[in-house]
Design a binder for this molecule. Structure first.
Ligand SMILES: Cc1cc2nc3c(=O)[nH]c(=O)nc-3n(C[C@H](O)[C@H](O)[C@H](O)COP(=O)(O)O)c2cc1C
Length: 177
């Protein structure tokens, strides 16, 4: 799996955990290498964390429609890989049950159907994950059993790789490029 000339599709959902590190990683790529897809909550949360300016130079695809027509791009050979990072517990739950009712869950489902590999960084990878509120306050996140079970199901899905840190995601991407 090499990215070659094709682009990376990067989905951002409405999570504060890992968000800044993911945007740091996106920013390390030229704008013509990545298209950034945002869920409605993703758009809001990026703005709440005041990180919008860091991504506004990229081709941004927002969640403004019911049927997500931009999914067609996943059948045009435009993308070599889909990354969803960070992925909320909500989006992960939908992914593992085959629900496709938002931009990110649609592109994940369509990537699967088009044979495009996906890499997902869920926010609930670990018990006691340390995150930060928009005001910079440290938050320790408990992991619910349902989220743990959903991540295990995600790991069993075909053509899906689950990573548990931005560092692992970065390493994987370096291997692809
Ligand atoms: C500031 C802020 C930070 C959030 N961080 C997280 C998070 O780290 N993980 C998570 O699962 N949900 C988080 N949420 C909640 C999600 O945004 C919410 O569940 C939303 O419905 C997810 O929608 P999406 O999966 O379509 O992006 C956060 C919400 C806000 C307002």
């Amino acid at each position: 799996m090499r990215t070659n000339e094709r682009k990376i599709a990067w989905g951002i959902t409405g999570a504060g955990a890992f968000l800044k590190e993911c945007i740091d990683l996106i920013s390390s790529f030229p704008a013509d290498k990545i298209d950034v897809f945002l869920s409605k909550a993703g758009e809001e949360v990026v703005k709440i964390y005041k990180l919008w300016d860091r991504i506004k130079g990229y081709n941004l695809i927002l969640d403004k429609s019911a049927s997500s027509p931009s999914c067609g791009l996943f059948y045009s050979g435009a993308y070599s890989v889909l990354i969803v990072a960070p992925a909320t517990s909500n989006t992960v739950a939908k992914m593992v049950y085959g629900i496709a009712d938002s931009l990110i869950t649609n592109i994940f489902a369509q990537s699967g159907k088009a044979g495009i590999p996906s890499i997902v960084l869920p926010t609930d990878v670990d018990e006691g994950l340390v995150s930060f509120s928009p005001s910079g306050k440290k938050i320790v996140l408990r992991r619910r059993r349902i989220d743990e079970e959903n991540i295990l199901k995600l790991k069993e899905m075909d053509n899906v790789t689950v990573v548990d840190s931005v560092r692992e995601l970065k390493k994987l991407l370096e291997g692809l490029l």
